[in-house]
Design a protein around this ligand. Structure first.
Ligand code: GRF
Length: 191
């Protein structure tokens, strides 16, 4: 079994989708979910779905080995960021080299970087009248949204689309592709 540990601090709809995708898998399982938000919606989902969930604060992440130790104790093969906004510290990158990935709700390198998250991303896409947007799944490095790209998927943006409509379309794209890309990565690179 390959074990994935997810970092999430939002509603966790991707976490639930990834859980549903792998729940009967014989090769991949969710080891746990880590969050930096005590009231994140993802925690309710973990409760309902029976997923181990753990909270950590800034001090634990940046000044101690607590998160690395937790990931090791969960026997983590791949760390998946699914709606997690804090920068990953070097100590964690070093402990899991090439084993931390993120999903960004746009076609990087455009519409990424610090402060580009949530509806702001989709609003910028609409404001710039982009004909396409999409998702980017990439390795995490020391800079926001700059690690090597693993996969991108795109969809058209209609001229009448609001940022909210684009957000919904992008979420659908995430549900369709993120679990599959995780599975392919685990099969290919971690064997
Ligand atoms: C997703 O749009 C993802 O691309 C971004 O954060 C959002 C998380 O959404 N990194 P949810 O909490 O999974 O609904």
């Amino acid at each position: 079994m390959k074990r994935i540990t997810l970092f999430a601090s939002g509603s966790g709809s991707n976490v639930e989708n990834i859980h549903d995708y792998f729940k009967d898998s014989k090769s991949v399982e969710i080891a746990g979910v880590l969050t930096n938000k005590k009231n994140a919606g993802v925690l309710d989902r973990c409760d309902r779905l029976g997923i181990n969930a753990f909270y950590f604060n800034k001090h634990a992440l940046y000044n101690t080995e607590a998160v690395v130790n937790l990931l090791n104790s969960l026997e983590t093969d791949l760390v998946v960021l699914a709606g997690f906004l804090w920068k990953i510290p070097d100590s964690l990158l070093r402990a899991f080299p090439g084993k931390i990935i993120n999903i960004h709700p746009a076609l990087l390198p455009r519409y990424g970087g610090k402060g580009m998250y949530g509806i702001r991303v989709h609003q910028a896409v609409v404001d710039n009248k982009e004909p396409y947007t999409g998702i980017t799944i990439h390795y995490v490095n020391e800079n926001y949204d700059e690690g090597a790209i693993i996969a991108q998927e795109q969809i058209p943006v209609d001229t009448a689309d609001t940022a909210e409509v684009v957000a919904a379309k992008v979420h659908e794209l995430e549900y369709e592709h993120f679990p599959r890309v995780i599975e392919e990565l685990l099969n290919k690179q971690l064997n």
